[in-house]
Design a protein around this ligand. Structure first.
Ligand SMILES: [Cu+2]
Length: 462
């Protein structure tokens, strides 16, 4: 009987009636939130430069709430002796979970603690050390059950009951049982169709996702902390950044704080909707004007629109700050600032032991450039052999940062996939001249920085 059922049902019911429930579901089901939504259940990773330590904090994804979540703090060399307290607080209920870990001086690598995730949605992850405190807006997303799964499972369940029931009761009521079998087969066909189509159907909106902004409302900047929803057309205005130092005139060799104050280009209000991109709220590059000093840092967030990082400069002179930021529903931005360091240069030996000091044609690994004399506007390939297997840092195996002499240009590209442990970058220098360049990668919980300079010519000189 079974082989006859399908053709029978298909003949009795035209295809459009079979597909009607599907079309209705497709039309009625809301579109999932757009870019920068962290995948539900995925790990959340944030880089932080805090109390002189470079950390990557990972909150492991959870598939339901409430649930315990493993939080991993990867500490990169050099590691200071540092107590770190973590608080994960729901922005909606205020419920918080606390954990504490003590980084041991010189002991790099992952430190693990467990925290409780009470619910999905916007949270604040607070990272506290004795001298610093960073409050990071994050969003916990939990995979939602897909309506298609309900249709598939429910459909097969109902189909089974109807067909089996119809066959079993065939003796008592021939007409009723035939009807039940037919209805069961139809339900089964619908469930099967949905099952076959499900890979192409829209994903359900994860629990805890930001509400989708109404069209025309996108410029208001009213999204709360951790807002990661998709806005309407046009996006948000760019932010403006003002850099300042405390003290106002830092001295060489002494610690100071560099602040970045971010305001909305339209309203002038503090910007508090930074999107996590490349595993940080902001990527800050601080270089001395002569390119001899280089730091790539991930400032702490003191409050709405206020980022800060503690630094020490080893020589007097002009310093440049370049920050890569991204507002939710706005493109990536590069903002720049400058400050001056007074005093005298650090004593002999001090700067030579700093791994971030560029050494032109010095000892150690240097990248191989193809062509050897790069041409402005043409791609240059830079290949660097590393000592061994690499660790992903900021979501990438390797980073190349390029600055021109006066600091008006800063480029940042990532390594293209190649056979490890080699890093390959392709970069087109915008104009002829001399560039400072730094390749960065992580290995054995150490962030390696390989500085070099590149002279770029014009076509006819090569
Ligand atoms: Cu960065």
């Amino acid at each position: 009987m079974r082989p006859l059922l399908l053709p029978l049902v298909v003949r009795l019911l035209p295809l459009r009636i079979l597909l009607l429930p599907l079309v209705l579901l497709l039309v009625l089901w809301p579109v999932p939130a757009g870019a920068h939504v962290v995948a539900p259940g995925a790990d959340l990773r944030i880089a932080q430069t805090i109390a002189g330590a470079e950390l990557t904090i990972t909150v492991r994804g959870v598939s339901r709430t409430p649930a315990p979540a493993v939080v991993e703090i990867e500490a990169f060399h050099p590691v200071p002796d540092l107590p770190v307290e973590l608080t994960l607080r729901s922005s909606e209920t205020g419920r918080a979970s606390h954990a504490a870990v003590r980084l041991a001086a010189g002991r790099a690598g992952p430190y693990r603690v467990s925290m409780q995730v009470s619910r999905a949605g916007p949270h604040e992850l607070e990272v506290r050390t004795p001298a610093d405190r960073s409050v990071l807006p994050v969003r916990v997303l939990v995979p939602a059950t897909s309506p298609w799964e309900l249709v598939i499972h429910g459909g097969f369940y109902v189909a089974g009951i109807l067909v089996v029931g119809g066959l079993l009761t065939g003796g008592t009521s021939r007409r009723g049982s035939a009807l039940a079998v037919r209805a069961g087969a139809l339900t089964g066909v619908v469930a099967l169709t949905v099952a076959l189509m499900s890979p192409q159907l829209p994903e359900p909106v994860p629990d805890g996702a930001a509400p989708v902004a109404a069209p025309g409302n996108a410029g208001s900047g009213g999204m709360g902390p951790g807002g990661m929803g998709s806005g309407g057309a046009g996006g948000r205005p760019y932010l403006m950044a003002a850099f300042s130092t405390q003290p106002a005139r830092p001295a060489a060799g002494a610690e100071f704080t560099l602040f970045a104050d971010l305001v909305d280009g339209s309203t002038g209000r503090p910007v508090d909707d930074l999107a996590l991109h490349h595993e940080a709220l902001a990527h800050l590059v601080v270089t001395s004007a002569d390119g001899a000093y280089f730091r790539h840092l991930h400032p702490v967030r003191l409050g709405p629109g206020r980022l800060a990082v503690r630094l020490r400069a080893d020589r007097p002179g002009r310093y440049l700050a370049h920050a890569e930021l991204e507002r939710t529903d706005s493109g990536g931005q590069l903002v720049t600032g400058a400050f001056d360091v007074t005093g005298t240069a650090a004593g002999p030996g001090g700067s030579r032991t700093d791994p971030a000091i560029p050494q032109e044609a010095g000892p150690g690994p240097a990248p191989v450039l193809v062509p050897a004399r790069p041409v402005a506007g043409r791609p240059t390939t830079m290949r660097l052999r590393t000592a061994g297997p690499l660790q992903s840092w900021l979501g990438m195996p390797g980073h190349l940062i390029v600055r021109d002499r006066d600091g008006g240009f800063l480029g940042h590209v990532h390594a293209t996939p190649t056979r490890a442990p080699e890093l390959t970058f392709t970069f087109s220098f915008p104009a002829p001249g001399t560039y400072f360049a730094w390749i960065q990668y992580a290995r054995n919980s150490t962030i390696e920085t390989v500085p070099f300079t590149v002279t770029v010519g014009t076509e006819d000189r090569t």
